[in-house]
Structure formats: C-alpha cells, structure tokens
Design a protein around this ligand. Structure first.
Ligand code: DQA
Length: 150
C-alpha cells in the first residue's frame, strides 16, 4: 500500500495543553489517528513522526523520499525561519503539503511569512485537526493525478 508521512515540528508534541485558546485541546496522537483513518479509507498508509529539532526534520524529509508518496508537514515555528527545511523540500521529488492548525495569516505578522510555502505543493491553514486531514487528502489527490492507478 502507498504511504504518506505526517511530520510535525517543534512544540506540537504538547498539543492538547499548549495554548488551547489557539490550538484547541486535541492531542497530536489524536490528530495522527484521524490522518491514519482518512488515509486508510483512501487506500494509503499514514506514518506519523514529530521532532523538536530542525536537523531531525531535515533527515525525516530526506528519508521520506525513498519510502513515502508524499509528506504532510506542520513545521511549527520553523515554517517562518528555516531555509534548511525549504532546501530539504526542494531536494526531494515527492509532494509536500504545508499545514497549520491556526490561520497563520490572521496572527502576528512574523507568522505571515513562510519559508517553505514557495516550494511546497500547497498550504492549508486554519482548520485545526482538519488541516492535517485535508493535507492527507491533498497528497492522495496529487499522487492519483500523477498515477491514476494509485
Ligand atoms: C503552527 C503555526 C506556527 O506559527 C507556530 O509556530 C506553531 C504551530 C500551527 O499549526 O498553527 O508552532 O504551525
């Protein structure tokens, strides 16, 4: 079965208790379960990973290119700062969808800039857990558009 990597960056391990007024009370494990269920319904395995470390996220993107059909990436605050993540996305030939729980464009101005948006296949922001699930959906659609038998 084809597979998708759902990759989360710094501080997202604390979802559920982290700033619930911004991010809600759903835990990352529950978001990942929702992605697994949606992926399974569409015939895709979903593998989830999280790291607070920029280099580890770069490593995960490199490894994903050999194993997965695409990546749903919530890079957290590295979204706004990391040229290394941008370069990693540019260096792999599978689609990456940038996702955010919150609408980064409606928040502080430093969150309006994404270092990775220009090299991602697309960006989904502001739908809470559904941002991740919609990211899975987007990868499936992109993969099927390139390979109708997938
Ligand atoms: C976030 C938005 C980022 O600005 C922030 O640094 C996060 C979470 C989101 O999912 O809304 O850590 O990526």
């Amino acid at each position: 079965m084809p597979s998708i990597l759902v990759l989360s960056g710094p501080n997202l391990n604390l979802l559920g208790t982290r700033q619930p007024e911004v991010y809600g009370t759903t835990r990352l494990a529950d978001i990942e379960d929702a992605c697994r269920a949606h992926g399974k319904a569409l015939g895709f395995d979903v593998v989830a990973a999280q790291s607070n470390h920029e280099g580890a996220l770069v490593d995960s993107l490199h490894e994903a290119r050999l194993v997965h059909s695409g990546v749903v990436l919530n890079a957290g605050a590295y979204t706004h700062t990391s040229i290394a993540l941008r370069d990693a996305i540019s260096s792999i030939d599978i689609p990456v969808i940038e996702v955010h729980l919150s609408n980064i464009h409606a928040r502080e101005s430093f969150r309006h800039t994404s270092m990775i948006a220009g090299v991602a296949a697309g960006q989904i922001a502001g739908f809470g857990t559904d941002s991740y699930v919609l990211g899975v959906e987007a990868i499936v659609r992109l993969v099927r558009a390139g390979n109708p038998s997938a």
